[in-house]
Ligand binder design. Structure first.
Ligand code: ADP
Ligand code: MG
Length: 256
């Protein structure tokens, strides 16, 4: 049965989608069966996997509202080699419409449970907010991967996220834990990056992943080709780091 992980951080632009897409591709390269779930109305993970969000017949929106199921909505990312449960801006409407529904925090969990045997990993790319959509991600997951940039303000937002995860753990999903913090867009030449990175290690210990993702232009270029960076330029430093991160995740879940 699949292990399910959210890639979450309520800040925008911190590397959630890049991490979700490239971890999906990295895990696929080492033989894991993966589905990437796009839970952000911006649909960036969908596009980054090479799927056109503008022409979807069914998406995660219909799944959350009970009008379709994952098996009908998922698509194959040819460039990634994994499945995608795609999203587009329609999903923004779900936030409002779900308020009326029963069991509204657990709709994604229930939907994913029907396909859990098809995969080793299900990765959920969360939107940049602690919204009902993110709550659905956290309720469905075994754990959270938190990407963060090693800059001063990164630590500030972290406590809100950690508190939300604690509340969800207490009230809605006792399975949920922080799998780890992933340092992304890392620039070892910056003293501040080094300092924040050291602070993170001090505070969170081995919850900080060993792999660091460097700032790498090839990772940023890849989405415009509809390709995960890992497959766009497998030899690049960014791709290599995400492949190593995939291997670290496989190791880490052995002890879960
Ligand atoms: P989020 O999903 O948290 O909003 P994204 O993954 O979309 O963040 O990343 C924000 C921007 O930073 C994007 O333009 C992306 O291409 C770029 N980016 C992310 N990670 C890296 C990296 N390691 N090196 C260079 N650019 C990156
Ligand atoms: Mg994103």
């Amino acid at each position: 049965m699949a292990k399910i992980f959210c890639v979450a951080n309520q800040k925008g632009g911190v590397g959630k989608t890049t991490t979700a897409v490239n971890l999906a591709a990295g895990l696929t390269r080492i033989g894991q069966r993966v589905m990437l779930v796009d839970l952000d109305p911006q649909g960036n993970a969908t596009m980054g996997a090479g799927i056109n969000k503008a022409t979807l017949k069914v998406s995660i929106y219909e799944v959350l509202l009970g009008m379709s199921d994952v098996a009908s909505a998922r698509l194959r990312s040819e460039n990634g080699g994994f499945d995608v449960l795609p999203a587009n801006r329609e999903l923004a409407g779900a936030e409002v419409e779900m308020v009326e529904l029963d069991n509204r925090e657990k709709r994604l969990k229930d939907a994913l449970s029907l396909v859990a045997d098809d995969y080793d990993f299900i990765l959920i790319d969360c939107p940049p907010a602690l919204s009902i959509l993110t709550l659905n991600g956290l309720c469905a997951a075994n754990g959270v991967i938190i990407p963060m940039q090693c800059e001063y303000y990164a630590l500030e937002g972290l406590s809100d996220l950690v508190n939300t995860i604690k509340k969800v753990h207490a009230k809605l999903n006792t399975d949920l834990k922080i799998i780890g913090l992933l340092r992304v867009m890392f620039d070892p030449r910056m003293t501040l990056s080094q300092q924040v990175s050291a602070q993170l290690e001090q505070h969170f210990g081995d919850k900080v992943f060993k792999t660091m993702i460097p700032r790498n232009i090839r990772l940023a270029e890849a989405p415009s080709y509809g390709m995960p960076g890992v497959n766009f330029d497998p030899g690049s430093k960014g791709a290599q780091a995400y492949i190593a991160f995939g291997a670290e995740m496989v190791e880490r879940i052995k002890t879960m």
